[in-house]
Design a protein around this ligand. Structure first.
Ligand SMILES: [Zn+2]
Length: 261
């Protein structure tokens, strides 16, 4: 049995699997490489890859961490500033009664504290970065081009079209506009997180948060991205053993592929 220190857990990979993820309009695609000048959205031959930005992934993870902290009876840093918009709706006050403390209040405690684990991980005001770096996920439809050890995923870019029709009876369901959604179908891969400063409690809370998100994957609150009422954003997630080396990590994704070495 080898002894391990927190440094062994500087980089952590989270397995993410989802039938459909809709990240608003913020999926960046490399379709210009694939289109050769005649790109068709619906063509299944399109070999379009892209990037899922870290921002929605981070919000999803943060919600999981907040829920874990609250289940242990603590309050979590509120993700937003106590600004006028929140105040107007009474949302901020309601949150403060429902398991949150004011953002950053935890670092102003006496004696001076490091802040709660949510603040420590995700950061807060201006100059204070979170200690977990959340990377974007690069996806590619061709599995052999996916490098799981670099936090990549197999995923198939899709553009969904929706006709928004008039709800006014007299209009006879006249289309008002066409909405296009960028989506990634059959996503399966790794999300790479790294701790700027590894602490054992970070790994603990991360594992619990991912477990929580996995077991609450169909809760509206804990789905990822948009179009959640339509079945998007249901994510199977688990932390991959951080002690795996690259070969072992690749084997996690090795679905019947024979090794060619
Ligand atoms: Zn806090």
């Amino acid at each position: 049995m080898t002894d391990h220190t927190a440094e062994d857990f500087q980089d952590v990979y989270v397995r993410i699997q989802s039938d459909l993820v809709v990240i608003g309009d913020s999926i960046m695609t490399d379709r210009h490489h694939a289109s050769n000048g005649n790109y068709e959205d619906g063509d299944p031959q399109n070999q379009i890859g892209g990037i899922i930005p870290a921002f929605p992934l981070s919000g999803w993870l943060r919600h999981g961490v907040e829920s874990v902290v609250q289940r242990y009876g603590s309050t979590a840093c509120h993700p937003g500033e106590a600004n006028a918009n929140f105040k107007k709706n009474g949302v901020y006050e309601r949150d403060l009664e429902g398991g949150y403390h004011e953002k950053g209040a935890c670092i102003n405690e006496q004696p001076a504290a490091d802040g709660c684990v949510v603040f420590d991980l995700f950061g807060g005001f201006g100059g204070i970065p979170g200690k977990v770096m959340r990377r974007p996920i690069k996806f590619n439809p061709v599995r052999s081009s996916v490098d799981y050890t670099r936090g990549q995923a197999e995923g198939h870019y899709r553009r969904l079209n929706r006709n928004i029709v008039s709800r006014n009876r007299a209009d006879g369901r006249e289309p008002l506009r066409n909405a296009e959604l960028d989506a990634v179908a059959n996503l399966d891969g790794c999300w790479h997180l790294s701790f700027r400063e590894p602490k054992p409690e970070f790994l603990g809370v991360l594992c619990e948060a991912i477990d929580f998100l996995d077991s609450h994957q169909t809760d509206f609150m804990h789905q990822l991205g948009g179009a959640r009422n339509f079945g998007a954003g249901i994510v199977d997630a688990h932390v991959i053993n951080p002690l795996y080396d690259d070969r072992e990590l690749n084997r996690v994704f090795d679905r019947g592929k024979t090794e060619r070495t």
